[in-house]
Structures are given as structure tokens and as C-alpha cells.
Design a binder for this molecule. Structure first.
Ligand SMILES: *Cc1c(COP(=O)(O)O)cnc(C)c1O
Length: 360
């Protein structure tokens, strides 16, 4: 069987070139006589893989020298806890933008450790927009401001970066990291689970400014302390070695595509194709405010939810899978990460047009 057109929100599609290279290197990585999975994480072969991965990520995102890159585990969900544990720094509370399902989980976790100030919430409109900075105010004494750059479930993406002055800006970029260039210097900490737009599940990337490391009060347990992992170059314990290797291949692939500016162009083109179709359709609808629409995750509904199953069945027959929306919102969702080709999006739009004609 050939490969499907995979619109999964995560774990998600990976570049075919990367999968082929991993397959070719599976039994014998670069003449080492072993699979990357079988290597000691402290051996020179794996160290070279990890160093190249970090170097390429630094190059892609132009990460300044005063930021550490950490390869951790536990998903973005563990970061929901590690962030307050490390960054509250004895201050009573932190600030959060509430923009949907993932922000909600980050907020819930933070409440265990300190006061959470919801600076702005988009709940009034069913989380269909990103609250403009002019509508909220930040307490300059707050420990940090946390926001979710792309709400994977709601399909809301910030097309701008909050200005927080001296307050460290903390960002969950799980589902849009590497989809566009980012000015890392504006952030105190960026984190992302790998399984959306980077590589396999099991790897979490944290990019954190030096001065925010080792500030946890009280001192966190070792495994939850950024300092532990920064001091040990992410090898305090065995890291997600195979995940780091695949992420490294994805970084090389991104460089070959022309880097993040080139990826952004392609991502705009793909998203535009889908949104343009949705906007002229009388049958399909996307609920998100235009200027806040996600380039990565595009939720949409059919005129009649009773047709959902038939729509999914027809998609499957055309080799298109994982279009069912998140259980919390229903409808459909097309995730169109870096590794989704424009042809894949075109195939979806063609099918939607056909479906509308026969059912609209
Ligand atoms: C998927 C996702 C998470 C959760 O990631 P896990 O790796 O399952 O912990 C958090 N935030 C966002 C924006 C996500 O898309």
C-alpha cells in the first residue's frame, strides 16, 4: 500500500525523505555497524548526532548564544509544570493568555504552584480569536507571561508576538515551531513537543535564556530543574536518542528546503488555498477570526453534521486520513504542518469542492 495523505494533528506526517534516510540507516548508521537506537548516548557517534541536531536547530531559528537548547522528555505537558516550578522565582504569580484547550491545560497546571492571572481570555467568543494586546494589561511584577502561539485544537494562531518589556515571555510553540522564522530574543523560554512539526513523540525541545536557568525557589527536584539538564547538555539521564536523531534529520531537511523563511512561504500558500476555498464555500465553514487563523491546523464544519461520517468515508477512499476534528469541538480539522505538501492540500480542496457539489 502507498502512503496516505495524513492530516493528523499529532503525531503527524514526517518528510518522506527523512523516513527514507532513517530506513536506509536503520541497521548501520554511517558504517558504525549499529542502529542509532542501539548506540550509547555517551558514545562519540551519538554525541555527534546530538551536536549536529542542536547546531542545525540553532542555525534554523538563529538562536542567540545566551540561550540553551534542551532536549527533554515528558512532552509539552511536563513543561506546563516545569515552567512555574522554575520561573516563578519566588514571585507570587504568573500571567497567562487564555486562548483555548492547550492554554487551559497550562493554566490548570500552573495553579498548583502559584497565583495565575488570566490577562485575557477568548472564552467569550468560544476561543475563536487571539486577544489583541491593546485589550489587556500586564502587571510588570508578574513572574512571566505565558501564551500558546498556536492552539492546535481551535486553529487560532498568533500572527504577532506579545510585547512584555522586562517580563519574560514564555511560549508553547508545540504546533507551529519551525513553520516560520521567530525572533528568539523576544522570548524568555520557548517549548515544543516534537510530534507535531518536528519528529517523533517522546522528545520535547526547550529553548531558554541563560538568566532564567537555576532560579527555581525552592530548588526543584533535579529532574524538574532546567539547570540539571543545561549543565549536563541534556544527558543527565538517557535522552530520547532516536527522537533526537530523527529531529536532526528533519532540521537538515528544513535547511535543504531553504530554511524557515522558505517554509513560511510554503505554509502561507497551503493555508491560503484551504481558507480561500472555505471562505467562498456555502457548505463548509471555519469559525476563526480571519487575522488569527492558524496556518497549521484548519478546523472546519460541514453545513450538516449528519454528513460528517460520509465526508470522512469519502476522504478515506481518496487516501486522506485523520480529518476528524478534536473530540472537544467536533467537525473536521486538517493539520497541514511543514511536511504536508501543497499537492496534499490541493487534493483535499478538490475533494471538498466535489463533496459540496454533490451534497450542497
Ligand atoms: C500537543 C500539544 C500539547 C501537548 O503535548 P504532549 O506532548 O502531549 O504533552 C501542548 N500544547 C500544544 C499547543 C499542543 O499542540
Amino acid at each position: 500500500m502507498g502512503r496516505v495523505i495524513n492530516f493528523s494533528a499529532g503525531p503527524a506526517v514526517l518528510p518522506e525523505d527523512v523516513l527514507r534516510q532513517a530506513a536506509a540507516e536503520m541497521l548501520d548508521w554511517h558504517g558504525s555497524g549499529q542502529s542509532v537506537m542501539e548506540m550509547s548516548h555517551r558514545g562519540k557517534e551519538f554525541i555527534s548526532i546530538a551536536e549536529a541536531a542542536e547546531g542545525d536547530l540553532r542555525e534554523l531559528l538563529a538562536i542567540p548564544a545566551n540561550y540553551k537548547v534542551l532536549f527533554l522528555q515528558g512532552g509539552a505537558t511536563l513543561q506546563f509544570e516545569m515552567i512555574p516550578i522554575n520561573l516563578l522565582r519566588g514571585k507570587p504569580g504568573a500571567s497567562y493568555l487564555h486562548t483555548g484547550e492547550w492554554a487551559k491545560k497550562a493554566i490548570k497546571a500552573a495553579k498548583t504552584f502559584g497565583q495565575v492571572n488570566i490577562v485575557a481570555s477568548a472564552e467569550d467568543a468560544g476561543f475563536t480569536y487571539a486577544p489583541a494586546q491593546s485589550t489587556w494589561k500586564l502587571d510588570p511584577e508578574t513572574a512571566y507571561l505565558h501564551y500558546t502561539a498556536n492552539e492546535t485544537i481551535g486553529g487560532v494562531e498568533f500572527q504577532w508576538v506579545p510585547e512584555t518589556g522586562k517580563v519574560p515571555l514564555v511560549c508553547d510553540m508545540s504546533s507551529n515551531i519551525l513553520s516560520r522564522p521567530v525572533d528568539v530574543a523576544k522570548y524568555g523560554l520557548i517549548y515544543a513537543g516534537a510530534q507535531k512539526n518536528i519528529g517523533p513523540a517522546g522528545l520535547t525541545i526547550v529553548i531558554v535564556r541563560d538568566d532564567l536557568i537555576g532560579q527555581g525557589q525552592p530548588t526543584p527536584p533535579a529532574m524538574l530543574d532546567y539547570k540539571t539538564h543545561a549543565d549536563a547538555d541534556s544527558m543527565y539521564n538517557t535522552p530520547a536518542t532516536y527522537g533526537i536523531y530523527i529531529a536532526g534529520l528533519v532540521f537538515q531537511w528544513l535547511k535543504k528546503q531553504g530554511g524557515l523563511a522558505a517554509m513560511e512561504k510554503k505554509n502561507i500558500e497551503k493555508a491560503q488555498l484551504l481558507y480561500d476555498f472555505l471562505d467562498q464555500s456555502k457548505f463548509f465553514k471555519n469559525p476563526v477570526r480571519k487575522q488569527d487563523r492558524s496556518r497549521m491546523n484548519v478546523p472546519f464544519t460541514l453545513k450538516d453534521a449528519a454528513l460528517d461520517e460520509e465526508f470522512l468515508k469519502g476522504a478515506k477512499a481518496r487516501n486522506m486520513v485523520q480529518l476528524k476534528g478534536h473530540r472537544s469541538v467536533g467537525g473536521m480539522r486538517a493539520s497541514i504542518y511543514n511536511a504536508m505538501s501543497i499537492e496534499g492540500v490541493r487534493a483535499l480542496v478538490d475533494y471538498m469542492r466535489e463533496f459540496e457539489k454533490s451534497h450542497g
